[in-house]
Write a protein that binds this ligand. Structure first.
Ligand code: S3P
Length: 173
């Protein structure tokens, strides 16, 4: 069974969709942000504050190499919103499985994350503008990495999971 990789902007639902999807397909669920936090024994906010974004990006790349080198049961993998920006990461993702881009609008992200304190990149004065700018800058990389694109802004979990299963050709259990 091929792994399924979920990519997309912060707040698009990669983790919440991914957990449910993995459950309905009988696959494991892995979240790269969680792997990094467990390995580092500190939060992503602390990693950004103490080591900087560049060091965090290197950790993401290392995690992908580690996953590629491991033998595991089939899994659904959620990766941080900035991970597909590096070309090396996009290549690693395509080796790891089928890449599905969960596309969301800036308004939905803003509504979901306006009170969030765990995303260091959105803690500035104008989060709404920051979301729009970052999303614009990242769109081409998400599209380049994706085998499939699914618009998720106004859809239920059931619909989103149904679409992913459809494009990835899996049978739910
Ligand atoms: C980031 C997204 C976050 C996390 C980090 C940086 C980004 O993950 O990796 O805060 O650059 O978009 P989520 O997309 O799961 O929120």
């Amino acid at each position: 069974m091929e792994n399924i990789i979920l990519i997309g902007f912060m707040g698009c639902g990669k983790s919440s969709v991914g957990k449910r999807l993995a459950g309905s397909l009988g696959m494991d669920f892995i979240d790269i942000d969680v792997l990094i936090e467990e390995k580092q024994k500190r939060t992503i906010s602390d990693i950004f504050a103490q080591d900087g974004e560049r060091a965090f990006r290197d950790m993401e790349t290392q995690c992908l190499h580690d996953l590629l080198g491991e033998k595991r049961n089939a899994y659904v993998l959620s990766v941080g919103g900035g991970l597909p920006i590096r070309e090396e990461n996009r290549q690693l993702l395509s080796k790891l499985g089928k890449v599905v881009f969960l596309r969301v609008t800036p308004d939905v992200v803003y509504k979901r994350l306006q009170n969030d304190t765990t995303r260091p990149l959105l803690q500035g004065k104008n989060p709404r503008g920051r979301i729009a700018d970052l999303m614009n800058a990242r769109r081409e990389y998400y599209e380049a990495a994706a085998s499939y694109i699914i618009d998720v802004s106004d859809k239920s979990f059931t619909d989103i999971i149904g679409e992913i299963v459809n494009v990835c050709g899996k049978e739910t259990i």
